[in-house]
Design a protein around this ligand. Structure first.
Ligand code: HEC
Length: 182
């Protein structure tokens, strides 16, 4: 008994001695405490690095900026979307499904006008194209697409149409409208 730490308590024959805490346990305790204090200071007090929420917000902002999708359609946002391959790819799929029947698979024109020549009836600026696609020219046979496709896909297909501009697809329909002003 004498080599053990002082007896503290006996219950049901189980002896509780007043031992020192093991060093490995104390080491873990202090390491985690110091780590936690350092972590708290680094991320929450000094904010040296962004925390999880900050990182998430930065990433979300980056995605939104790249897609330009949370912004209203303007020449700038549509031109930015045109630079984004994912958006243009999605727009191309929308075009093949919904537009190619009237405008041709390359946008060369069939019932609808040629979208690859420099002539436009309703203007060749990004916002002008977006407006025609969104609202249509219903009396002339161009449907309004915003209601059926939604704002996102209308922007994406507009971005795709912008990539067709000036490609002058072979055997395209004869020009209609005015040449685009530079
Ligand atoms: C039912 C046939 C039809 C479909 C489907 C159709 N269009 Fe059209 N589109 C037309 C016609 C017809 C016009 C010409 C309207 C006019 O004479 O003012 C037109 C005009 C346009 C114009 C304006 C061209 C200019 O010279 O100013 C754009 C841009 C356009 N369409 C894009 C699209 C897109 C994108 C889609 C698919 C989401 C689509 N269209 C689907 C028939 C169609």
């Amino acid at each position: 008994m004498s080599d053990k730490a002082p007896l503290h308590y006996i219950y049901d024959g189980i002896e509780e001695h007043d031992n020192n805490l093991p060093n490995w346990w104390l080491f873990l305790l202090w390491t985690t405490l110091i780590f936690a204090a350092g972590y708290w200071f680094w991320y929450h007090v000094a904010e040296v690095s962004p925390g999880q929420l900050g990182e998430y917000r930065a990433e979300a902002a980056e995605v939104a900026k790249r897609a330009g999708s949370n912004k209203p359609a303007s020449d700038e946002t549509l031109l930015a979307l045109m630079q984004d391959p994912t958006t243009v790819g999605g727009g191309k799929a929308v075009f093949q499904t919904n537009c190619a029947s009237c405008h041709g698979a390359q946008g060369q024109g069939l019932i609808g006008p040629n979208l690859t020549d420099p002539f436009w009836m309703h203007g060749g600026k990004p916002v002008a194209i977006h407006k025609v696609v969104a609202e249509g020219v219903v009396s002339k046979g161009m449907p309004a697409w915003e209601r059926t496709l939604g704002a996102e896909r209308v922007k994406a297909v507009t971005a795709y149409v912008l990539t067709l501009k000036g490609t002058n697809a072979p055997s395209g329909k004869e020009p209609q409208g005015e040449p685009e002003q530079p």
